[in-house]
Design a protein around this ligand. Structure first.
Ligand SMILES: Cc1cc2nc3c(=O)[nH]c(=O)nc-3n(C[C@H](O)[C@H](O)[C@H](O)COP(=O)(O)OP(=O)(O)OC[C@H]3O[C@@H](n4cnc5c(N)ncnc54)[C@H](O)[C@@H]3O)c2cc1C
Length: 290
């Protein structure tokens, strides 16, 4: 099957992209930003998406930068002021190849390296992944655990939304039709910070059946354990994270994790529950092993 007819625009600056999207997104037809086309391409071809305009973001230099702001990435100081910023059109492969200490502890690079296989990572982008909001995708989970922010631009100006609030449900976000994700910003973790990340996949390179991320930074008090691949948005287990931060690994029993999951998520069958508890235990145990 081939895509329905659409007009193709490839602006080279962000202002033109915002203007073009704003002009068409809310009109008679609709318009869609295009990043690497890893999800939008198949959706166009299957005619699940039939936009009147496709606005290719891949030539916009401002969306393609990886930047460090604030303290040097390997500082032992509390990293409250130090941030990194990754443009929305940066590919997973570019994050995989970025300095390990961009975020202080190599978390972003680890997550990028585990997404599908290199051919997908060469085209797929961090902004496209967030906007597409697949429940099993890596970035919505990882950025939620890290406490990152999603920077959005549109005809009404700029706004930032926490990654935890950005994804509302499976394939649904707070993004309006005429808004573009500009970048993702996150904290540089301190030298004492520890993280874990675990996915259970049938085959290497496939979307996971269960996934989990844990990030603890004693210097800033950050403590998050998040479950992914639940069919909707990732779910943070705040009580469990607080108990682990306070008591250490003794708080990390199968029963405690199972109870935290059941309290936060309803409708899981026994097999799903087992998979998610395993992913959560493995991810959080890595915190004590790293
Ligand atoms: C075979 C295969 C395996 C995969 N495995 C994994 C995996 O294991 N883990 C994982 O996390 N992902 C996986 N993916 C997803 C992939 O890595 C991409 O993240 C995802 O498909 C989005 O692709 P894209 O960046 O090319 O965006 P596109 O396909 O171009 O766009 C996707 C959606 O986002 C919108 N969009 C794109 N950029 C922006 C922006 N800046 N602002 C607003 N809206 C925007 C588009 O309009 C569209 O609705 C896989 C994909 C494939 C094809």
């Amino acid at each position: 099957m081939k895509a329905a007819r659409f007009a193709y625009e490839r602006p080279v600056d962000l202002a033109s992209a915002v203007h073009t999207l704003g002009a068409h997104a809310l009109g008679a037809g609709d318009a869609k930003p295009l990043a690497g086309g890893q999800s939008l391409g198949p959706m166009l071809n299957l005619r699940l998406a039939r936009p009147s305009h496709v606005i290719d973001l891949s030539r916009i230099e401002a969306l393609r930068r990886i930047e460090s702001q604030g303290l040097p990435a390997n500082s032992a100081l509390p990293a409250a002021q130090a941030r990194w910023r990754i443009g929305a059109a940066v590919t997973h492969a570019e994050i995989e190849d970025s300095p390990a200490l961009l975020d202080g502890r190599g978390f972003m690079r680890h997550v990028a390296t585990g997404i599908a296989y290199r051919a997908v990572r060469n085209r797929g982008t961090i902004g496209g992944s967030l906007a597409h909001a697949d429940p099993a995708a890596d970035w919505p989970l990882a950025l939620n655990a890290l406490g990152a922010r999603v920077c959005i631009i549109g005809p009404r100006g700029r706004r930032d939304v926490s990654a935890a609030e950005f994804m509302r449900a499976g394939f649904s976000t707070v993004l309006a039709d005429d808004e573009i994700i500009e970048a993702v910003e996150g904290p540089v973790l301190s030298a004492q910070a520890r993280w874990g990340y675990w996915k259970i996949c049938r085959k290497t390179g496939e979307f996971p059946e269960a996934s989990a991320a844990a990030v603890f930074d004693p210097a800033s008090g950050h403590a998050r354990i998040v479950a992914g691949a639940l069919g909707g948005a990732p779910v943070a287990l705040a009580g469990l994270a607080a108990a682990v931060a306070r008591l250490g690994s003794v708080a990390l029993t199968s029963n405690a994790v199972d109870q935290a999951l059941v309290d936060a998520v309803s409708g899981l069958d026994a097999v799903e529950r087992k998979l998610h508890v395993t992913a959560l235990l493995r991810a959080t145990r890595q915190v004590f092993q790293s």
